[in-house]
Structure formats: structure tokens, C-alpha cells
Design a binder for this molecule. Structure first.
Ligand SMILES: [Zn+2]
Length: 319
């Protein structure tokens, strides 16, 4: 599968200590600049892979909507913590793990929204390729997926937690709050999707898996409306018209919308009605099917899309 990881766009801010004597401050600043230019650009993660130093600067975070074709895989990364929500299918697992190995030393949480292949198909390979602290997923069975995932996690000594309404999980500067699933007995498994609000500093992301109208409506009724209000929205169910109801979308009122789906997919995702709603709202719209992996950076207050830079170029610059 073609994969286009996001590139670079970060400016390194150098903090000068307050010094009484101006010449000493200038000398120190020059020394820091020189050391940063020599040593500060790259560092090593636990995997031994070279990863960009900018990913480790405290106070910054990035949201990676990884191109896994028709599926979801969303990485939230700060200097000291990493959370992955969903893993795409088994077909894209190789591309996903290559991406993770490049950017992440370990995952604090692997959150699986619901046991459909386009969300959990790559989970086994992810757990094989990188240390995982905890797995979080709605404990509801579907075609043996959940039982299999629990066994795979147990074999690796990874604890599994039931994802349910009201749960809150923190890793470093990342806080994940579960706004759903409200129930487990929906007829439609999509409605059992974990609905996750992610907060990093003052910036928030909402991921609703494939929750459809019934699941979305229950999430709206069960939560304080303020908890739905987020800056970034990973558009539910890959932009399907079964999801992103007007009421749900209005409660989120995002500035940035990311649609994760496969190019030319047979479902027709994203659907025109959803695109029209997002466009009318004035939000920025990003699509993995036409643009590849989308990376949004934040300083905890503002959100900016990372400029394009190819995988090869990044690898070359690290050499
Ligand atoms: Zn899906």
C-alpha cells in the first residue's frame, strides 16, 4: 500500500535564560545554537530507530491520521507519550508498523474502537512490532475478534481494559476520555464503537469509530455537551452518511475534519451529504484517500497542518 507519512514544519524555539549581563546571554545563546545544530536534530527512540528530535520537544504534540487505505489508524504523540487509536486492516499492517517504528518507541495505550477488521485487523502486528502498555476496547464479541485480541494481548503480558462510558486514561500530557459506547447491546456493532475525546493541552480531538445515528444520539444524551466540543474531528465511519448527524456534528463544531478512507473505496466514502455539511460549516477538511497521511501539529493552543515531506527525504536527512 502506498504510504505518504507527513513531513516537517516545526520551528525550534530556543529559550534564552534571563541573565544580568547581555554579553554572557549572547555567548550562551550562540553556544546553544551551535550545539543544537550539531546534536539536536535527531535522537534515538527505544527501538534504536532514528526519529526526528522535534517529536521529543516538550509542550508540543502531533495527531497522525495514518493512511491505511479503507480503515482508521490515528496516532497521538507528545514528547513523552503515545496513543494509537485503531490499526487499520491486516493488509495495511506492514505499512502501519513501519510508520510506528519510525515515529514511536512504545505505545502507552492501544485503543480499539470496535472489533471490525478495518479497525483491529493490524492489532496483532502492532503488538508484535512495538511495546504496548495497555489495550483498551469495548469487550463485546464479534466473529471471534475480541477473544482473539484478548489472547494475543495476554500472550504478550499486555493488560486489556473494557472501554466504556466515563472511563478516563492519561499518559503524559495526553488524556483520553470515553464518551461512549453508552451500551453494548446495540444490534449494529458500529454503534458499540468507543467514542474517544483526546485532550493535549488546550487542543482536543474526537474519534467516534464507526458509531452511527443511534450510537451518536446516545453519546449526545449521556454526556455534558461541553465534552463533545472539540477542535479536531475524525469524521465518523469514514465519512459515511450513516454517521455525523447534524446534531452530533453541531455539538462537536470542529475547526478541522479528517476523513480516513481508501481511495476509490466500494462504499463511496466519504458521502456527498457529509462533505456538504463539513464544507458548509467552514471547517478545514483533510482526506487520507486523496492526500495520504495527514499530520496536524499543535503547541497546545493552535493547530497547524504539517507540510509535505516524503518518507525518503526524511530518511536521507537522518543519515
Ligand atoms: Zn470502519
Amino acid at each position: 500500500m502506498e504510504k505518504r507519512p507527513g513531513g516537517v514544519g516545526r520551528v525550534v524555539k530556543k529559550k534564552a535564560k534571563h541573565m544580568g549581563r547581555e554579553w554572557l546571554k549572547r555567548l550562551l545563546t550562540a553556544l546553544v545554537s551551535m550545539l543544537l545544530s550539531i546534536f539536536g536534530t535527531y535522537s534515538y527512540a527505544q527501538t534504536g530507530k532514528v526519529i526526528p528530535r522535534r517529536e521529543l520537544l516538550s509542550g508540543t504534540a502531533s495527531f497522525h491520521f495514518i493512511d491505511v487505505g479503507q480503515g482508521d489508524a490515528t496516532l497521538i504523540l507528545t514528547g513523552d507519550a503515545a496513543v494509537l487509536i485503531d490499526t487499520g486492516t491486516g493488509d495495511s499492517a506492514g505499512a502501519l508498523t513501519a510508520y510506528l517504528k519510525t515515529y514511536v518507541g512504545r505505545l502507552d495505550y492501544l485503543i480499539l474502537t470496535h472489533p471490525h477488521d478495518d479497525h483491529v485487523g493490524g492489532a496483532d502486528e502492532v503488538m508484535d512490532s512495538i511495546p504496548v502498555g495497555r489495550v483498551l476496547m469495548p469487550l463485546v464479541e464479534h466473529n471471534g475478534y475480541t477473544e482473539s485480541l484478548m489472547r494475543q494481548a495476554a500472550e504478550r503480558g499486555i493488560p486489556v481494559f473494557d472501554a466504556k462510558l466515563g472511563g478516563q486514561y492519561a499518559a503524559g500530557d495526553i488524556t483520553c476520555t470515553l464518551l461512549g459506547p453508552v451500551r453494548k447491546d446495540y444490534e449494529n456493532l458500529n454503534d458499540v464503537s468507543a467514542v474517544v475525546r483526546v485532550d493535549v493541552g488546550g487542543v482536543s480531538l474526537l474519534v467516534s469509530g464507526d458509531a452511527e445515528l443511534e450510537g451518536e444520539t446516545d453519546v449526545l444524551r449521556a454526556n455534558d455537551p461541553a465534552l463533545l466540543d472539540c477542535d479536531i474531528y475524525q469524521v465518523g465511519h469514514h465519512g459515511s452518511s450513516t454517521s455525523t448527524s447534524l446534531e452530533f456534528y453541531t455539538a462537536i463544531s470542529p475547526d478541522h475534519c479528517v476523513i480516513s478512507c481508501g481511495y476509490g473505496n466500494s462504499y463511496g466514502h466519504p458521502h456527498t451529504t457529509v462533505l456538504q455539511l463539513l464544507t458548509l460549516s467552514g471547517a478545514q477538511i483533510y482526506r487520507t484517500d486523496t492526500e495520504g497521511t495527514i499530520v496536524l501539529d499543535t503547541d497546545g493552543e493552535t493547530v497547524t497542518r504539517r507540510g509535505s515531506m516524503t518518507w525518503e527525504t526524511e530518511a536521507e536527512s537522518a543519515a
